[in-house]
Structures are given as C-alpha cells and as structure tokens.
Design a protein around this ligand. Sequence first.
Ligand code: GTP
Ligand code: MG
Length: 335
Amino acid sequence: TILMKGDVKRQEFEALNPLLLSVYKKLIPPPEEVLKQRKFLTHLDRLVSRDWGGAKLFLFGSCANDFGVCNSDIDVCLSVDDEHSSKAELVMKMAGILRSDNMQNIQALTHARVPIVKFTDPDTGINCDICVNNMLAVVNSKLLHDYSQVDPRLRQLAFLVKHWAKQRQVNETYRGTLSSYAYVLMCIHFLQQRRPAILPCLQSMQPTYEVTVGKIKCAYFDKVNTLRNFGCSNKETVGELLTHFFDYWASCHDYTRSVISVRTGGYLSKDEKDWTRRIGNERHLICIEDPFEITHDLGRVVDRNSIRVLRDEFKRAAKILHQDSNPATALFEPF
Ligand code: GTP
Ligand code: MG
C-alpha cells in the first residue's frame, strides 16, 4: 500500500497519543480526593450558615469547572448582600469565623486587587481561598464546565496544557505569564477553530441560561447534553490536538493584530477592541478576551520579557512533539 502524507502524520501521532493519555489519567483526581473535598465543603457551608445569616457560599475555579487536577486548591466565593461593608471588611469577618473554627495558616489579603482569605483545613489538609461577591467567576466556571461536557478531548487537552504550564513555570500571573483560566480559554478557542469544529460557540446559540451580574448580562446555550455528538466527525486524537495547539501558538498566531474570542467563536482585531496601545501596565502582547467581561484581556499580565519566555516555551513544546523520541517526558520536564 502507498502511504499518503496524512497517513505518515497519523502514524507519528499513533505512538504519541497513548503516552499523553496515560499522563492525563494520572492527573485526574482520585475518588477519595473528590470525597475529601465534598466533606470539607459541607463543613464550611455549615459553619457559614451557623455564624453568618444571609451569607452563601459558591464553588468556582478548578473544583467547579471540571479542569481540576489532583491536589488543586479550592476556590470559594462568599455571596453577601451588604452595601455598608467593603470587600476587605467582609474578608476580615470571614477570617474571624475561620479562626474561631481553628482553621490554620489564615491570611486575609485585604489589599489585593481581589481581596481574599486563604487558609488550610487541618482535618483534610485542603488549601482554600475565599473571595467575596465575585459571581462572575462563578458564572464563567459554569461556562467552562459546560464546554467540558461537549467533548472529552477538551478536558484531556486542557489538563495536559495546564500540567505543561505548571512544569515549565509559565502559569504564574505574578511573574507575567498566564493563569490556568487563560489556558483553558485558549484550549476552548482552539477546539472551536478545528475543521470540522470540535466545540461549538455556546454564546452565539439560542440562550437557555441567563443571569445578570452587576451590569453584565451573561447568556448562553447550556443544554450541553444535547451536543454530545457535536465534534464526532472530527477524529483527531489528543496527541494531534496538543501538537497543533503548540504549533498554533508557536508559529501561526498573529500576535500583532489578533484577539482570540471564545464569546464569538473566532478572532477579533486588536483595533476593534482598542487594545493597540499600552495603557498603564496593560500591553496586550497576547490577547485573550474574557467571555463575559469583554473589556478584560486575560493576557494583560504579560510584559515584554514574559512574552518572549512564553513564545519560546510554545516553540520548545511544538518542537518536542514533532521531533523528540520521548516526547511525553521531555515536554513536561520541570523548568
Ligand atoms: P488551578 O487552580 O490552577 O487548577 O486553576 P483554576 O481553574 O482554579 O484557575 P485560576 O486559579 O486561574 O482561576 C480561578 C477562577 O478565577 C477561574 O476559573 C475564573 O472563574 C476566575 N477568574 C476570572 N477572571 C480571572 C482573571 O482575570 N484571572 C484569573 N486567574 N482568574 C480569573
Ligand atoms: Mg484555582
């Protein structure tokens, strides 16, 4: 038989795919960890309803969005209707309640951009961050979760990308690289762009879920169990997808002009977003539009130095996936 160019490519990925899937499987939190998290959250819920009438807790971040690897911290949002207190004061009050319950390593970061209280539960060893009235994070976590239900390849791809980013130290917003949230949006956008597409654009479909948070209206199609076959005419494996993901960010993305947008399922220009100039510390060197807070660029943390680090890491990853004899090991090698 004559091998076509595409066949050679498929063979290249045939060896890679099982290796990557086994890395993915090791990252999935085991059932006992999920149980431990539930136990901790039940305890926290009881504590708050006992000591703070009218306050409610919501889970967000990787515990709620289906993109949590083993031993992730838990992100919780405290929702209270209190116009007279600042977020910092509410965080202080929460810290007091945690102290009376003997939680450990309690730190109230009242001056942060998003005030939070961090602590450790001595019974389970779980680390938890609580912020106040940040319902947009709860809603965008639901959006990510709903996307993950459409096609299993999103969760596989995102786990591998997050793991790679942590190992290579390019998942540190305080040092100018990208958040986990930004990486998951990059994965969703990438799968929206495959042909045939692997993911739809939920925000451009007839909304079945609508909430208003502050001034922002959030609406999208969330009956995702009806979309389980959406991507099935595309047969790409996670090995191929991860390789093309890094190829895209290494050499295809137009860093000068383009904005990726999960909200529209495509690209926008920096011109139309007015993200062409540096304003304050925001340089827009890599542009990732937040799906609901559309003036928000998740790449705003990236600076002249960290953009180079990031692009070099994308290139390194792409090169390894194409050329290395032991790609799964080299790719995730600690920096
Ligand atoms: P890991 O903790 O690394 O496993 O990932 P995570 O999914 O918890 O993501 P991350 O810690 O980056 O962010 C937590 C949540 O904060 C996200 O799921 C979003 O809901 C919310 N969020 C909203 N805007 C931002 C933002 O600008 N930066 C970050 N980091 N998070 C945001
Ligand atoms: Mg988190």
